[in-house]
Design a protein around this ligand. Sequence first.
Ligand SMILES: *Cc1c(COP(=O)(O)O)cnc(C)c1O
Length: 422
Amino acid sequence: MKSLPFNIEDVRRWAEDYPTPFYVYDEKGIRDTVTALKEAFSWNEGFREYFAVKATPTPAVLRLLSDLGCGFDCASVPEIMLARCSGAEGHGIILSSNETSRTEYKAAYDAGAIINLDDYTQIDNLERSIGCIPDTICLRFNPGAFGTSNDIIGHLYDSKFGMTEEQLMAAISVLKEKGVREFGVHAMLSSCSLNEDYYPSLAEELFSLAVRIKESQGVSLSFIDMSGGIGIPYRPEEKPVDIRAVGAEVKKVYDRLLVPEGIKPAIFTELGRFITGPHGYLLTSVIGKKHIYKEYIGVDATASCLMRPAIYGSYHHITVPGRENAPSAGTFDVVGSLCENNDKFAIDRELPELSEGDIIVIHDAGAHGHSMGYTYNGKLRPAELMLMEDRELKLIRRAQTVDDYFATLDCDNDFIDARSRL
Ligand SMILES: *Cc1c(COP(=O)(O)O)cnc(C)c1O
């Protein structure tokens, strides 16, 4: 069973101040996860987590992470701005993007960020964009195939990211000539992996690459970025990744492959989902019940608030606060009001008896949740709130208004007059 860091009385009180749907993040949960991650890699002197901003691009969350020592992984100018406004500068920011634009390179360079080149051809693009090559460069590696000792994650020939080993070696050779002094490599070869072997296998891949880089290029890597990809247990029967055990396994690979070669890179991670995913909740009210060929529960949130179930068929657990132990009243599809039949938060889900006005909680919405939202069907984006460690609830992003929705539209005066009469 999945538990909640709040109860039915909290939910009722919050709903008086904030109309559903809204997101709630649990500060303590995020804090504890970052602490566990840092402990897991405390054996590595330069270890740093660069939180993937795209997972939860909300300044209050980013400031919390920055205060805990995290840097930020960004892929656009607004994400770089969010990182800088949240306390990161210089090498506290990594630009990891592909098909990177000139303005993105410039924004990263102006921030003093580490730039992660996705491809060999990007050396020229970067130089043309900023007029020089920074003295620290990261290179994104795509080994073409990758497996762990427990299971095969898949071949990467159709992954658009990263460069081949041959290109990576050539890039280092050219970049050395251009004055680069500090090198790092980066790879993200899985997504949402609950396999505790993922990071150790990736370490094997990247650390042996580091040895070959030293042999063929005479370069000792300054850092190795294992990126994101560690999963979270969306289903109640799944087990969370034991990050301390993972860190200990990565250390063994480090000690075996790198230490004897005298290579001592800092280890970086760019976890998103693992850090905030389990600590964000979408609260939504039941607004209708329908019986046709199946039973439906209608809620006031839609896939525009949380699109993972609609686009990936992802499972998100649902709890009805106050009715955690109530018997099942049958199986239901939990649906929103979009004119799309994939707008379902759950399909054939066992739920207790529900009535209009009941608030339900959708779990594990803290990463790639609000951030992937949209305004299809004129649905406005929900508010985000943070449950602080002292139990105070803070509004950290207000709900979008009709005015926000119209702000980017070119509306003529007749239209504005008509609107003002509504
Ligand atoms: C998306 C992404 C991440 C974070 O992935 P999670 O699955 O949230 O851990 C990290 N680095 C890069 C480059 C990414 O694109």
